[in-house]
Design a protein around this ligand. Structure first.
Ligand SMILES: COc1nc2nc(N)nc(N)c2nc1C
Length: 308
């Protein structure tokens, strides 16, 4: 039975990864459901074989009576804002002055969701927390285990902390609000509130039904990963089995950054999720080191905010 349970873990986690992270399922849903039924059946008969990376956790565990507090090992910072082309050029000029040379950037869509931090020990997802005030957040691990695109175990048995934005896709938001209105319940004002509301439910079975998703955007402690640029860090996240946003782009100059901003200002309404800006980051980690931080945000990143 334990052997069969382990086999089911491996296949179900792989199928889950293909469907929710790669968006390329290799088996029909019916096959996934059949195997999940078999796993839940076996776990019912042999609860001693349940492990904390079991795919059966995706449906949500017991109701919590409160969220524990979590102190972030590295603070979750905020971003300085830019509102127009001049702000972006000022950012570029300041950065070049500080590092004394040319700078290349990575542009990423700024997802309008809830910032979360995920900790993995020896490859296993062990804790997830909200940003909170940047230093102390809430432990929402059980809810985050129901976000299908968050791996319960990553592809290398390493320990690291990653940050990203949990969000509710537009389609999920629309069908959730439709259901709320039909039940004469208060609808959510926007997908960000819906995602935050879903992840701050004490009952993980509710979060499990909200079709939440996530894009990871940084590794909190690159440690001895050996990567030398932010873009390599994002590729490492992909290799480890995390979901990152495919629209990111390296930009050699601030002119290319401004072109990217113009393109996505146009394309924004066609996205399957809401974004409230574009995050521009200095790509070289050595340059990020040289630029450092202000009291509350990195000097090597800026958020261009779309006009409200
Ligand atoms: C490096 O710090 C950050 N990077 C980010 N990247 C993206 N794509 N979106 C964010 N919201 C974000 N927020 C912060 C604080």
């Amino acid at each position: 039975a334990q052997q069969r349970i382990n086999e089911l873990h491996v296949s179900l986690n792989q199928y889950n990864y293909e469907y929710y992270v790669l968006d390329k399922p290799s088996v029909p849903d019916a096959e996934y459901d059949r195997l999940m039924q078999e796993l839940q059946q076996l776990e019912g008969e042999y609860p001693e074989f349940i492990t904390n990376d079991s795919p059966s956790l995706r449906v949500g565990g017991n109701i919590l009576d409160a969220f524990r507090k979590v102190e972030h090992r590295t603070p979750m910072l905020s971003l300085g804002n830019a509102f127009n082309e001049d702000d972006l050029r000022d950012f570029d000029r300041r950065a070049k002055q500080a590092v004394g040379g040319e700078i290349s950037y990575v542009c990423e869509l700024k997802i309008d969701g809830l910032a979360v931090s995920l900790r993995y020990e020896n490859g296993l997802f062990i804790q997830g927390a909200t940003r909170g005030d940047g230093t102390i957040g809430e432990d929402i691990t059980e809810n985050l285990k129901t976000v299908r695109s968050i791996p319960l175990r990553i592809k290398q048995p390493i320990s690291l902390e990653v940050r990203g934005e949990a969000f509710m896709p537009r389609k999920s938001f629309e069908s959730l609000n439709k259901a709320k209105l039909e039940n004469e319940e208060e609808p959510f004002a926007n997908p960000r509130n819906a995602a935050a509301g879903s992840l701050r439910q004490l009952d993980p079975k509710i979060a499990a039904k909200r079709n939440l998703d996530i894009y990871l955007y940084s590794i909190a402690d690159l440690g001895d990963t050996g990567v030398v640029s932010h873009s390599e860090g994002l590729d490492l996240l992909d290799d480890l089995g995390f979901k990152t946003n495919p629209e990111r782009q390296r930009c050699a100059t601030i002119d290319d950054v401004i072109k990217y901003v113009e393109i996505w200002t146009e394309k924004r309404p066609n996205l399957a999720y809401e974004i409230d800006g574009i995050v521009i980051k200095v790509d070289s980690l050595a340059d990020q080191e040289a630029l450092g931080f202000t009291a509350k945000s990195p000097r090597w990143a800026i958020a261009y905010k779309f006009p409200a």
